[in-house]
Design a protein around this ligand. Structure first.
Ligand SMILES: [Zn+2]
Ligand SMILES: [Zn+2]
Length: 384
Protein backbone atom coordinates (compact mmCIF):
# COMPACT_ATOMS: atom_id res chain seq x y z
CA UNK A 1 0.00 0.00 0.00
CA UNK A 2 1.35 3.44 -0.86
CA UNK A 3 2.58 5.58 1.99
CA UNK A 4 2.89 2.71 4.46
CA UNK A 5 6.17 2.78 6.38
CA UNK A 6 7.85 -0.46 7.37
CA UNK A 7 11.24 -1.41 8.75
CA UNK A 8 13.68 -4.13 7.78
CA UNK A 9 13.90 -5.00 11.45
CA UNK A 10 10.31 -6.23 11.35
CA UNK A 11 9.71 -8.03 8.04
CA UNK A 12 6.01 -8.49 7.38
CA UNK A 13 4.83 -11.64 5.62
CA UNK A 14 2.01 -11.55 3.10
CA UNK A 15 -0.03 -14.11 4.98
CA UNK A 16 -0.56 -14.96 8.62
CA UNK A 17 -2.14 -17.57 10.84
CA UNK A 18 -5.63 -16.53 11.94
CA UNK A 19 -8.43 -18.29 13.78
CA UNK A 20 -11.68 -17.91 11.90
CA UNK A 21 -15.21 -18.34 13.27
CA UNK A 22 -17.41 -20.74 11.29
CA UNK A 23 -20.68 -21.98 12.76
CA UNK A 24 -21.40 -21.27 16.46
CA UNK A 25 -18.60 -22.68 18.62
CA UNK A 26 -16.51 -23.62 15.60
CA UNK A 27 -13.06 -22.13 15.10
CA UNK A 28 -10.55 -23.07 12.40
CA UNK A 29 -6.92 -22.02 12.03
CA UNK A 30 -6.50 -20.55 8.54
CA UNK A 31 -4.19 -18.41 6.47
CA UNK A 32 -5.32 -14.83 5.93
CA UNK A 33 -3.65 -11.92 4.18
CA UNK A 34 -1.87 -9.59 6.62
CA UNK A 35 -4.02 -6.42 6.69
CA UNK A 36 -2.58 -3.05 5.65
CA UNK A 37 -2.89 0.05 7.85
CA UNK A 38 -4.76 3.01 6.40
CA UNK A 39 -4.77 6.66 7.41
CA UNK A 40 -4.37 7.12 11.20
CA UNK A 41 -3.71 3.39 11.57
CA UNK A 42 -0.76 1.14 12.36
CA UNK A 43 -0.12 -2.55 11.89
CA UNK A 44 0.43 -4.33 15.22
CA UNK A 45 2.27 -7.64 15.37
CA UNK A 46 0.25 -9.40 18.04
CA UNK A 47 2.51 -10.85 20.72
CA UNK A 48 -0.09 -11.91 23.28
CA UNK A 49 -3.87 -11.94 23.55
CA UNK A 50 -5.98 -12.63 26.64
CA UNK A 51 -9.27 -14.50 26.56
CA UNK A 52 -12.25 -12.57 27.86
CA UNK A 53 -15.65 -13.96 28.86
CA UNK A 54 -17.05 -11.89 25.99
CA UNK A 55 -14.93 -13.90 23.53
CA UNK A 56 -16.60 -17.08 24.79
CA UNK A 57 -19.95 -15.35 24.27
CA UNK A 58 -19.09 -14.25 20.73
CA UNK A 59 -17.80 -17.68 19.71
CA UNK A 60 -20.85 -19.50 21.10
CA UNK A 61 -23.70 -17.05 20.41
CA UNK A 62 -22.32 -14.41 18.05
CA UNK A 63 -23.45 -11.39 20.08
CA UNK A 64 -22.26 -8.81 20.95
CA UNK A 65 -20.12 -9.12 17.81
CA UNK A 66 -21.73 -7.74 14.69
CA UNK A 67 -20.14 -8.26 11.30
CA UNK A 68 -21.61 -6.53 8.25
CA UNK A 69 -24.69 -5.70 10.27
CA UNK A 70 -25.41 -9.24 11.48
CA UNK A 71 -24.16 -12.26 13.38
CA UNK A 72 -20.46 -13.01 12.86
CA UNK A 73 -20.77 -16.67 11.81
CA UNK A 74 -19.21 -17.88 8.54
CA UNK A 75 -18.01 -14.41 7.61
CA UNK A 76 -14.27 -15.09 7.72
CA UNK A 77 -14.28 -13.22 11.06
CA UNK A 78 -11.41 -13.45 13.56
CA UNK A 79 -12.47 -12.84 17.19
CA UNK A 80 -10.25 -11.82 20.15
CA UNK A 81 -9.89 -8.31 21.53
CA UNK A 82 -7.61 -8.11 24.58
CA UNK A 83 -4.25 -8.09 22.86
CA UNK A 84 -0.90 -6.37 22.92
CA UNK A 85 2.00 -6.37 20.54
CA UNK A 86 4.62 -4.44 18.63
CA UNK A 87 4.01 -1.70 16.05
CA UNK A 88 5.54 -2.98 12.78
CA UNK A 89 4.10 -0.66 10.10
CA UNK A 90 2.72 2.87 10.04
CA UNK A 91 -0.17 3.98 7.84
CA UNK A 92 0.21 7.02 5.57
CA UNK A 93 1.11 10.14 7.56
CA UNK A 94 1.36 8.41 10.95
CA UNK A 95 4.12 9.89 13.13
CA UNK A 96 2.48 9.59 16.56
CA UNK A 97 4.10 6.22 17.27
CA UNK A 98 7.19 4.51 15.98
CA UNK A 99 7.97 1.09 14.60
CA UNK A 100 9.16 -1.28 17.33
CA UNK A 101 7.05 0.34 20.07
CA UNK A 102 5.22 -2.08 22.39
CA UNK A 103 1.56 -1.29 22.72
CA UNK A 104 -1.60 -2.55 24.37
CA UNK A 105 -4.78 -1.69 22.50
CA UNK A 106 -8.21 -0.38 23.33
CA UNK A 107 -10.97 -2.19 21.49
CA UNK A 108 -13.04 0.70 20.23
CA UNK A 109 -11.98 3.24 17.63
CA UNK A 110 -14.98 5.52 17.22
CA UNK A 111 -15.84 7.05 13.86
CA UNK A 112 -14.63 10.41 15.17
CA UNK A 113 -17.45 12.26 13.43
CA UNK A 114 -20.66 11.44 15.33
CA UNK A 115 -22.08 13.31 18.31
CA UNK A 116 -20.88 10.77 20.90
CA UNK A 117 -17.37 10.55 19.48
CA UNK A 118 -17.20 14.36 19.55
CA UNK A 119 -18.18 14.17 23.23
CA UNK A 120 -15.35 11.71 23.91
CA UNK A 121 -17.72 8.73 24.26
CA UNK A 122 -16.15 6.72 21.47
CA UNK A 123 -17.19 3.35 22.94
CA UNK A 124 -20.80 4.51 22.43
CA UNK A 125 -20.15 5.64 18.82
CA UNK A 126 -23.41 6.23 16.96
CA UNK A 127 -21.87 4.68 13.86
CA UNK A 128 -21.05 1.45 15.73
CA UNK A 129 -20.43 -1.35 13.27
CA UNK A 130 -20.90 0.84 10.20
CA UNK A 131 -17.57 -0.03 8.66
CA UNK A 132 -18.49 -1.91 5.51
CA UNK A 133 -19.86 -1.34 2.06
CA UNK A 134 -20.73 2.20 1.09
CA UNK A 135 -21.51 3.15 4.69
CA UNK A 136 -17.91 2.90 5.84
CA UNK A 137 -17.74 5.39 8.70
CA UNK A 138 -14.31 4.22 9.83
CA UNK A 139 -15.57 2.73 13.09
CA UNK A 140 -13.63 -0.27 14.43
CA UNK A 141 -14.24 -2.48 17.43
CA UNK A 142 -11.61 -5.16 16.87
CA UNK A 143 -12.94 -8.59 17.72
CA UNK A 144 -16.54 -7.28 17.60
CA UNK A 145 -17.23 -5.41 14.36
CA UNK A 146 -13.83 -5.86 12.70
CA UNK A 147 -11.23 -8.62 12.81
CA UNK A 148 -9.65 -9.11 16.22
CA UNK A 149 -6.63 -10.58 17.89
CA UNK A 150 -6.65 -14.39 17.60
CA UNK A 151 -4.13 -14.06 14.77
CA UNK A 152 -0.63 -12.70 14.16
CA UNK A 153 -1.23 -9.14 12.92
CA UNK A 154 -4.00 -6.57 13.20
CA UNK A 155 -4.57 -2.94 12.22
CA UNK A 156 -5.37 -0.45 14.93
CA UNK A 157 -6.34 3.20 14.93
CA UNK A 158 -3.62 5.27 16.61
CA UNK A 159 -6.17 6.45 19.19
CA UNK A 160 -6.53 2.90 20.46
CA UNK A 161 -2.83 2.48 21.27
CA UNK A 162 -1.54 2.54 24.83
CA UNK A 163 2.23 2.44 25.37
CA UNK A 164 3.27 -0.57 27.44
CA UNK A 165 5.32 0.66 30.41
CA UNK A 166 8.90 -0.63 30.70
CA UNK A 167 9.23 -3.79 32.74
CA UNK A 168 5.65 -4.89 32.05
CA UNK A 169 5.44 -8.40 30.56
CA UNK A 170 3.35 -9.27 27.50
CA UNK A 171 0.87 -11.10 29.72
CA UNK A 172 0.45 -8.18 32.10
CA UNK A 173 0.15 -5.77 29.17
CA UNK A 174 -2.93 -7.69 27.97
CA UNK A 175 -4.54 -6.81 31.31
CA UNK A 176 -4.15 -3.06 30.79
CA UNK A 177 -7.42 -2.98 28.85
CA UNK A 178 -9.16 -5.07 31.55
CA UNK A 179 -7.99 -2.60 34.19
CA UNK A 180 -9.07 0.16 31.79
CA UNK A 181 -12.64 -1.14 31.81
CA UNK A 182 -12.69 -1.04 35.62
CA UNK A 183 -11.19 2.45 35.49
CA UNK A 184 -13.86 3.55 33.02
CA UNK A 185 -16.58 2.37 35.43
CA UNK A 186 -15.07 4.41 38.26
CA UNK A 187 -14.59 7.34 35.88
CA UNK A 188 -18.28 7.35 34.98
CA UNK A 189 -19.20 7.21 38.68
CA UNK A 190 -17.35 10.48 39.13
CA UNK A 191 -13.77 9.32 39.47
CA UNK A 192 -13.12 11.01 42.82
CA UNK A 193 -13.22 7.88 44.92
CA UNK A 194 -10.49 8.72 47.48
CA UNK A 195 -12.01 8.24 50.91
CA UNK A 196 -15.31 6.99 49.46
CA UNK A 197 -16.71 3.54 50.15
CA UNK A 198 -16.93 1.13 47.21
CA UNK A 199 -18.23 -2.38 46.81
CA UNK A 200 -17.32 -4.50 43.82
CA UNK A 201 -19.76 -7.35 43.10
CA UNK A 202 -18.25 -10.35 41.34
CA UNK A 203 -14.56 -11.35 41.43
CA UNK A 204 -14.10 -11.95 37.70
CA UNK A 205 -11.18 -10.23 35.93
CA UNK A 206 -12.89 -6.82 35.71
CA UNK A 207 -14.17 -7.06 39.29
CA UNK A 208 -10.77 -8.03 40.68
CA UNK A 209 -9.04 -5.23 38.81
CA UNK A 210 -11.93 -2.96 39.86
CA UNK A 211 -10.87 -3.63 43.45
CA UNK A 212 -7.25 -2.90 42.55
CA UNK A 213 -8.03 0.35 40.72
CA UNK A 214 -10.47 1.60 43.41
CA UNK A 215 -7.88 0.90 46.09
CA UNK A 216 -5.10 2.55 44.08
CA UNK A 217 -7.30 5.65 43.74
CA UNK A 218 -7.72 5.81 47.51
CA UNK A 219 -11.22 4.39 48.00
CA UNK A 220 -11.94 3.17 51.53
CA UNK A 221 -13.25 0.78 52.45
CA UNK A 222 -13.21 -1.45 49.36
CA UNK A 223 -15.55 -4.42 49.72
CA UNK A 224 -15.59 -7.41 47.37
CA UNK A 225 -18.44 -9.93 47.13
CA UNK A 226 -18.42 -13.31 45.40
CA UNK A 227 -19.16 -17.00 45.73
CA UNK A 228 -15.69 -18.53 45.76
CA UNK A 229 -13.16 -18.02 48.52
CA UNK A 230 -10.10 -18.54 46.31
CA UNK A 231 -11.18 -15.73 43.98
CA UNK A 232 -12.05 -13.50 46.94
CA UNK A 233 -8.58 -14.09 48.39
CA UNK A 234 -7.02 -12.74 45.18
CA UNK A 235 -9.22 -9.70 45.72
CA UNK A 236 -7.68 -9.28 49.15
CA UNK A 237 -4.20 -9.41 47.61
CA UNK A 238 -5.29 -6.68 45.21
CA UNK A 239 -6.46 -4.44 48.04
CA UNK A 240 -9.97 -5.41 49.19
CA UNK A 241 -10.51 -4.43 52.84
CA UNK A 242 -13.48 -6.76 53.35
CA UNK A 243 -14.52 -9.94 51.57
CA UNK A 244 -18.08 -11.25 51.58
CA UNK A 245 -18.83 -14.77 50.42
CA UNK A 246 -22.50 -14.46 49.47
CA UNK A 247 -22.97 -18.21 49.90
CA UNK A 248 -22.13 -17.83 53.59
CA UNK A 249 -23.60 -14.46 54.54
CA UNK A 250 -26.14 -11.89 53.42
CA UNK A 251 -24.12 -9.33 51.46
CA UNK A 252 -26.61 -6.46 51.90
CA UNK A 253 -26.74 -6.90 55.68
CA UNK A 254 -22.97 -7.23 55.97
CA UNK A 255 -22.35 -4.12 53.86
CA UNK A 256 -24.80 -2.09 55.91
CA UNK A 257 -23.14 -3.27 59.11
CA UNK A 258 -19.67 -2.44 57.76
CA UNK A 259 -20.84 1.08 56.86
CA UNK A 260 -22.53 1.76 60.19
CA UNK A 261 -25.97 1.33 58.65
CA UNK A 262 -25.48 4.17 56.19
CA UNK A 263 -24.65 2.26 53.03
CA UNK A 264 -22.04 2.77 50.35
CA UNK A 265 -21.10 5.64 48.10
CA UNK A 266 -20.47 3.44 45.06
CA UNK A 267 -21.09 -0.07 43.76
CA UNK A 268 -19.34 -1.51 40.72
CA UNK A 269 -21.47 -4.44 39.52
CA UNK A 270 -19.35 -7.04 37.70
CA UNK A 271 -21.25 -10.25 38.49
CA UNK A 272 -24.16 -10.19 36.05
CA UNK A 273 -26.23 -12.00 38.70
CA UNK A 274 -30.02 -11.62 38.18
CA UNK A 275 -30.60 -9.89 41.53
CA UNK A 276 -27.41 -7.81 41.49
CA UNK A 277 -29.09 -4.48 40.73
CA UNK A 278 -31.54 -4.87 43.63
CA UNK A 279 -28.78 -6.01 45.99
CA UNK A 280 -26.52 -3.16 44.90
CA UNK A 281 -29.33 -0.62 45.37
CA UNK A 282 -29.80 -1.83 48.96
CA UNK A 283 -26.08 -1.66 49.66
CA UNK A 284 -25.93 1.98 48.52
CA UNK A 285 -26.62 5.00 50.68
CA UNK A 286 -29.20 7.52 49.53
CA UNK A 287 -27.74 9.37 46.54
CA UNK A 288 -25.27 6.55 45.94
CA UNK A 289 -24.09 5.53 42.50
CA UNK A 290 -24.20 2.17 40.78
CA UNK A 291 -22.16 1.23 37.72
CA UNK A 292 -23.19 -1.83 35.72
CA UNK A 293 -20.26 -3.51 33.98
CA UNK A 294 -21.95 -6.92 33.58
CA UNK A 295 -25.43 -8.12 32.75
CA UNK A 296 -27.61 -11.22 33.05
CA UNK A 297 -28.77 -13.03 29.91
CA UNK A 298 -32.47 -12.61 30.68
CA UNK A 299 -34.39 -9.42 31.53
CA UNK A 300 -34.77 -9.05 35.33
CA UNK A 301 -37.19 -7.37 37.72
CA UNK A 302 -35.77 -4.21 39.27
CA UNK A 303 -37.23 -2.36 42.25
CA UNK A 304 -37.37 1.01 40.50
CA UNK A 305 -39.24 2.62 43.40
CA UNK A 306 -36.24 1.99 45.66
CA UNK A 307 -33.91 3.61 43.13
CA UNK A 308 -36.15 6.66 42.73
CA UNK A 309 -36.98 7.17 46.40
CA UNK A 310 -33.33 6.99 47.30
CA UNK A 311 -32.03 9.09 44.41
CA UNK A 312 -29.74 6.30 43.28
CA UNK A 313 -27.84 6.89 40.05
CA UNK A 314 -27.39 3.96 37.66
CA UNK A 315 -24.76 3.94 34.90
CA UNK A 316 -24.23 1.36 32.18
CA UNK A 317 -20.77 1.25 30.65
CA UNK A 318 -19.58 -0.19 27.39
CA UNK A 319 -15.93 -1.09 27.03
CA UNK A 320 -13.06 1.08 28.17
CA UNK A 321 -14.00 4.62 27.20
CA UNK A 322 -12.76 8.12 28.01
CA UNK A 323 -9.12 7.08 27.67
CA UNK A 324 -9.45 5.18 30.96
CA UNK A 325 -6.98 2.63 29.65
CA UNK A 326 -4.22 5.26 29.75
CA UNK A 327 -4.98 5.97 33.40
CA UNK A 328 -5.00 2.24 34.17
CA UNK A 329 -1.64 1.85 32.40
CA UNK A 330 -0.25 4.68 34.54
CA UNK A 331 -1.24 2.86 37.74
CA UNK A 332 0.33 -0.35 36.43
CA UNK A 333 3.51 1.54 35.44
CA UNK A 334 3.67 2.97 38.98
CA UNK A 335 3.26 -0.56 40.36
CA UNK A 336 0.20 0.51 42.36
CA UNK A 337 -1.13 -3.03 41.95
CA UNK A 338 0.02 -6.28 40.43
CA UNK A 339 -2.35 -7.13 37.58
CA UNK A 340 -0.39 -10.39 37.08
CA UNK A 341 -2.26 -11.82 40.06
CA UNK A 342 -5.19 -12.54 37.77
CA UNK A 343 -3.12 -14.10 34.97
CA UNK A 344 -3.16 -17.87 35.48
CA UNK A 345 -2.36 -19.71 32.21
CA UNK A 346 -0.47 -19.21 28.94
CA UNK A 347 -0.89 -21.21 25.72
CA UNK A 348 0.44 -20.95 22.17
CA UNK A 349 -1.79 -19.45 19.46
CA UNK A 350 -2.14 -22.91 17.88
CA UNK A 351 -3.64 -24.15 21.17
CA UNK A 352 -6.42 -21.56 21.28
CA UNK A 353 -9.21 -24.19 21.57
CA UNK A 354 -7.54 -25.59 24.71
CA UNK A 355 -7.03 -22.08 26.07
CA UNK A 356 -10.72 -21.31 25.49
CA UNK A 357 -11.68 -24.52 27.27
CA UNK A 358 -9.55 -23.56 30.29
CA UNK A 359 -11.19 -20.12 30.41
CA UNK A 360 -14.73 -21.45 29.91
CA UNK A 361 -14.56 -24.33 32.36
CA UNK A 362 -12.22 -22.51 34.76
CA UNK A 363 -9.91 -25.50 34.69
CA UNK A 364 -7.23 -25.28 37.41
CA UNK A 365 -9.01 -22.16 38.71
CA UNK A 366 -8.21 -20.31 35.49
CA UNK A 367 -8.93 -16.59 35.63
CA UNK A 368 -7.10 -14.85 32.80
CA UNK A 369 -5.82 -17.19 30.14
CA UNK A 370 -3.35 -15.69 27.68
CA UNK A 371 -2.40 -16.95 24.23
CA UNK A 372 1.03 -16.07 22.87
CA UNK A 373 1.73 -15.94 19.16
CA UNK A 374 5.49 -16.16 19.39
CA UNK A 375 6.67 -19.08 21.39
CA UNK A 376 9.82 -21.17 21.32
CA UNK A 377 12.30 -20.46 18.56
CA UNK A 378 10.56 -17.41 17.16
CA UNK A 379 10.54 -15.76 20.56
CA UNK A 380 14.19 -16.52 21.25
CA UNK A 381 15.08 -14.98 17.91
CA UNK A 382 13.18 -11.84 18.79
CA UNK A 383 14.95 -11.52 22.10
CA UNK A 384 18.36 -11.37 20.45
ZN1 LIG B 1 -12.90 -8.22 27.04
ZN1 LIG C 1 -18.70 7.90 16.29
Amino acid sequence: MTGVQTSREFPIPEHMKAWVLGDPGELALKQKPVPAPGRAEVLVRIDAVAICATDLEVIAYGTPAMIQGGLPFNKNFTPGHEYMGTVVALGPGVDEVSIGQRVAVEIHAGCGQCKRCREGMYTACLNYGLNYGDRDKGHRANGFTTDGGFCEYQVNNINTLVAVPDGVSDEEACLIVTAGTAMYGLTELGGLVAGESVAVLGPGPIGLLGVAVAKALGAAPVILTGTRDNRLEIGRELGADHLINIRKENAVETVRRLTGGRGLDYVLECSGAPDAVNDAARMLSRGGKLCLAAFPHEPVLVDVAHLVRNNIYVYGIRGEGRSATHRAAALIAQKRFDACKIHTHTFALEDLPTALKYARERIEDAIKVVVKTRTGAAQRLAAE
